[in-house]
Design a protein around this ligand. Structure first.
Ligand SMILES: C[S@@+](CC[C@H](N)C(=O)[O-])C[C@H]1O[C@@H](n2cnc3c(N)ncnc32)[C@H](O)[C@@H]1O
Length: 435
């Protein structure tokens, strides 16, 4: 390994040389982003800290300008910060709704007054044509009182009538989508999906929330436009397992956070918005509309292929971890019969590592020699059976042609035992992979 590469990685993960507040613990949370221009436009709880991404990129200033790749771009945190730091960047996201959110956020460069006029027309149209929706989906009636529902659907109808694929129209679409949860008086926190039986302390009037959101967008756009910034990121609806949008050897720095193998269902997380948009009618639609495009990290996704688990494990790409993986999957299958839900965790874990091994192969092709990758990851323990995610992902990266890996823990998880399904200590951190 060349000494310059080694120094570069050490500088990055030696947190003792950085301010502890800035470089510890905030990596994996979106909470900081709620006060940051552009990032705060859509609350994406799966996102990581923009401040951390910015500091990481700025700490690279002494090296050659980076070409930054985020193959699991989510709400665009990495690429928006790469743009601020003057780096070229490519982001890939496979969830169609999340990708549309990110694409709209990247339109912050467009003309602010045009956006504001478009949004005013939407609101004017909606308030002059207040019509209750006919047969709204059950999820919507469970989450909103009739008056809010009428206002929300009137905004949507106005948008559908006036939309013209312009930046103003996409930004307005995002403003409309980002008020939905704020306007519901029931439990709609994103991480917990939707809980219609729980009450929320405060909910907003849709028209007022929409106006406030438009004002916030306009303020942030002006702010960002006045800041120095680099080239606009390239952002594609694509699959990290293929990285089709990335030229061979392009990336010098991969900064990302893949789905964790923890049964979080990214499709369900946006069900409320997609139902409002008319993109799905029921929970069942999520499989074809969303899950099918994603890395398999939840049991719902893999339930139909449970009988193929052995075949997944036997895929040659999993050879470096096959022994331990088979053992864990066998234990999970046994545990399944002792639990009421009979979750297909054994299939989920096999499919997850197969997908992630494929991601490493795609990244090897898309990364330059001597590149660096930083994966924000967490381990998991379905049914209380520990899955050493950092170790296995690292081994798969090396098998795909990367040189070495190192895991840097940033926080413990599941250490407060109360109300937990199992007592296995877990951790979150950064997997550094050198190419
Ligand atoms: C942990 S989130 C990343 C969040 C991101 N760092 C941010 O700050 O918004 C993982 C993302 O990977 C996306 N994803 C899952 N499978 C994918 C695939 N095969 N290709 C690209 N993106 C995928 C999910 O939809 C999700 O948005």
């Amino acid at each position: 390994m060349s000494s310059s590469i080694q120094t570069r990685q050490l500088e990055l993960y030696d947190s003792s040389r950085k301010s502890p507040d800035n470089f510890k613990n905030t990596t994996s949370t979106f909470s900081d982003n709620l006060s940051l221009p552009i990032h705060r436009w859509f609350r994406y709880s799966a996102g990581f800290s923009a401040t951390w991404a910015y500091q990481l990129l700025m700490s690279q200033r002494n090296h050659q300008p980076e070409r930054v790749l985020d193959p699991f771009a989510g709400s665009g945190t990495t690429i928006l910060e790469a743009e601020r730091c003057g780096c070229e960047s490519i982001g890939i996201e496979a969830h169609p709704f999340v990708a549309r959110v990110t694409r709209a956020k990247l339109m912050w460069r467009s003309e602010v007054s045009v956006f504001q006029r478009f949004a005013e027309r939407i609101l004017d149209y909606a308030s002059r044509n207040l019509i209750a929706p006919e047969n709204p989906p059950k999820l919507m009636t469970r989450c909103f009182p009739p008056e809010s529902l009428t206002r929300l659907y009137s905004i949507r109808r106005a948008w559908v009538n006036l939309a013209d694929c312009s930046a103003a129209s996409e930004l307005t679409w995002l403003a409309m989508m980002s008020i939905i949860r704020e306007c519901s008086p029931v439990g709609t926190a994103q991480w917990q999906y939707v809980l219609p039986n729980k009450a929320k302390a405060k909910s907003l009037d849709p028209f007022k929330a929409f106006s406030a959101k438009v004002m916030m967008f306009a303020k942030d756009m002006l702010h960002r436009q006045a800041e120095p910034h680099g080239p606009a990121p390239t952002f594609e609806l694509d699959d990290a397992r293929l990285c089709n949008s990335v030229p061979d050897g392009w990336a010098t720095f991969v900064i990302t956070s893949p789905p964790y193998a923890n049964n979080y269902d990214y499709a369900d997380a946006t069900r409320l918005e997609m139902t409002f948009a008319g993109e799905v009618e029921s929970w069942g639609d999520l499989q074809e509309t969303v899950r099918t495009y994603l890395v398999r990290s939840c049991s719902q996704h893999v339930a139909p292929i449970a009988s193929e688990t052995e075949e997944l494990i036997r895929n040659p790409i999993l050879r470096p971890i096959v022994k331990e993986l088979s053992q864990v999957c066998r234990e999970l299958e046994v545990q399944r019969d002792h639990h009421g839900g009979r979750k297909t965790y054994h299939t989920m874990i096999a499919a997850y590592f197969l997908d992630m091994a494929t991601v490493w192969t795609a990244l090897r092709r898309a990364s330059a020699p001597g590149s660096l990758a930083c994966f924000v990851i967490g381990d998991s323990a379905p049914y209380g059976i520990y899955v050493p995610v950092d170790q296995w992902l690292g081994n798969l990266a090396v098998a795909a042609g990367f040189k070495s890996f190192h895991f840097e823990k940033t926080r413990d998880r599941n250490v407060k035992w109360k109300n937990r399904k199992h007592r296995v200590p877990l951790k979150e951190g950064r997997l550094w992979v050198q190419g």
